[in-house]
Design a protein around this ligand. Structure first.
Ligand code: ZN
Length: 58
């Protein structure tokens, strides 16, 4: 098994990472990804907007 951050051999203390630094990098990525996830409502809005409504619009 290798570190998912830098591909070095993992350390049992920090597995699946090779060092505390790589563990911190992964945690930071997770936190950022968590904030970047759009609200589920946006996806529903897109699907609703996709339906043709021009005949009933005016
Ligand atoms: Zn690493």
């Amino acid at each position: 098994m290798s570190c998912p951050i830098c591909r070095k051999a993992t350390d049992t203390t920090y597995q699946p990472f090779c060092s505390r630094r790589c563990a911190d990098v992964d945690l930071a990525r997770w936190l950022r990804a968590d904030y970047a996830i759009p609200a589920p409502l946006t996806e529903m809005d897109e699907e609703t907007a996709d339906q043709p409504t021009d005949s009933d619009d005016k």
